[in-house]
Ligand binder design. Structure first.
Ligand code: ZN
Length: 404
């Protein structure tokens, strides 16, 4: 009879663990299905480049020189994506119309020739990878509407041709909603379609091919926008890990709680990538944080897309930011010698055809699954309280920061 006394609690515990796994079936399945990368992958994702002050050309040249000095074990330099904005307002022309008609100054304008040349030099050197951020970092009718009511926006609009969109109120920086009123209003579908066609055509004219990857300004986009991008051949969309479709009454992004996973299929042939780690030296981020982000993502078998912005490298702290980026890359190569520097477009192609390199074998997949489930707080808590965490540890190899 003694064995019953022992077996009953064990059976009860097994049932409890099974119930927990069933309760979290959605996240459990999603964490298992997302492919596991074999190597650490680091991509520096840098947004908001394009028309701006002439000094930005020098900032781009400094970045190019810094990046070309590093190499991964395959001989490839680090990839810094440039989320590109393709125009600014032409304040003179808009004022001449008495603020009744929006006019743009495109990135091809002679005022930005130096910046464009520096961009292209970095692309040719293999360290910059262009991505479409948008024709503008705002929805032009929303900007015009705000400029009629808000003197600060009007001054910004007239301050060209070198103004910086970072100075606009945050809701106005969302391109794919009308943020001139809060909560934001949606943009009619036909206007979205013509705006996407226009930005893709200009991108193609400047860079010789349609954009493969898009990064929605402020990470606010709608299914209509995504469908239009897909129809124009876009193959990857950089997301913050969940969809955000507007701005609330306080101007904050309105996001669904549904998580997005790397490689998940979007509309058309689009694949999602997740960028949810940050390296903004101007906001106090140090190399250490970048390293921790890479170690965490590597344990999860995920790529580390580190978000940064041009303001780090163009403002008063530019030199310090460059030094921090240099330190980060040196330490990444020393502490993660198998790291791979690849572009988001290449990464998306890997997710499109998993089951082949660079994805990992079963034991490594189990360890990555366990590391991913640690990011589901309620599951992690229950697993710890009920001993499920201990049981899972017995089934999985130790999760390692470095994967070979
Ligand atoms: Zn941006």
């Amino acid at each position: 009879m003694m064995w019953w006394l022992l077996a009953l609690p064990a059976l009860w515990l097994l049932t409890l663990w099974l119930l927990i796994l069933l309760l979290f079936a959605g996240p459990v399945r999603a964490a298992w299905r997302e492919p596991v990368l074999r190597h650490p992958v680091l991509i520096i994702e840098s947004d908001d480049w394009g028309p701006g002050p002439a000094s930005h050309a020098q900032a781009l040249r400094s970045l190019r020189d810094l990046l070309t000095a590093h190499r991964d074990m395959t001989g490839r330099p680090p990839v810094m994506t440039l989320g590109l904005i393709l125009s600014l307002p032409d304040g003179e022309a808009i004022a001449a119309s008495d603020f009744t008609a929006y006019r743009a100054r495109l990135v091809t304008d002679p005022a930005y020739a130096d910046i464009l040349a520096a961009l292209r030099a970095g692309i040719d050197a293999g360290v910059f990878v262009p991505q479409l951020h948008g024709m503008a970092h705002y929805w032009p009718p929303a900007l015009m509407s705000a400029a009629r009511d808000d003197p600060a926006v009007r001054d910004w609009l007239l301050a060209g041709p070198h103004q910086e969109t970072e100075a606009l109120p945050s809701p106005l920086q969302s391109r794919w909603v009308d943020g001139s009123v809060l909560p934001s209003r949606p943009i009619p579908a036909e206007k979205i379609h013509s705006a996407v066609a226009e930005e893709v055509a200009l991108y193609r004219q400047v860079f010789g091919a349609a954009p493969e990857v898009v990064v929605p300004p402020t990470f606010v986009w709608t299914p209509e926008v995504e469908a239009a991008w897909a129809a124009h051949g876009v193959r990857a969309l950089v997301t913050p890990g969940r969809p955000c479709i507007g701005r609330d009454a306080q101007g904050r992004p309105v996001c669904a709680s549904t998580p997005i996973h790397n490689g998940q299929r979007g509309l058309g042939d689009i694949r999602y990538l997740v960028r949810d780690r940050y390296f903004e030296p101007a906001r106090g981020h140090r190399a250490e944080q970048g390293l921790l982000a890479l170690a965490g993502k590597t344990a999860q078998g995920r790529p580390c897309l580190l978000e940064t912005h041009r303001f780090n490298f163009t403002g008063a702290g530019a030199e310090a930011a460059l030094a921090e980026l240099d330190a980060l890359l040196r330490r990444v190569l020393a502490e993660h010698p198998t790291v791979r520097f690849i572009s988001p477009a290449e990464l998306a192609e890997h997710y499109r055809a998993p089951g082949v390199r660079p994805f990992a074998p079963l034991g490594r997949r189990l360890a990555a699954w366990k590391a991913r489930m640690q990011e589901v707080p309620r599951f992690a808590r229950l697993a710890r309280l009920t001993g499920l965490e201990w049981a899972l540890a017995g089934f999985t190899p130790r999760s390692r920061g470095k994967v070979t």
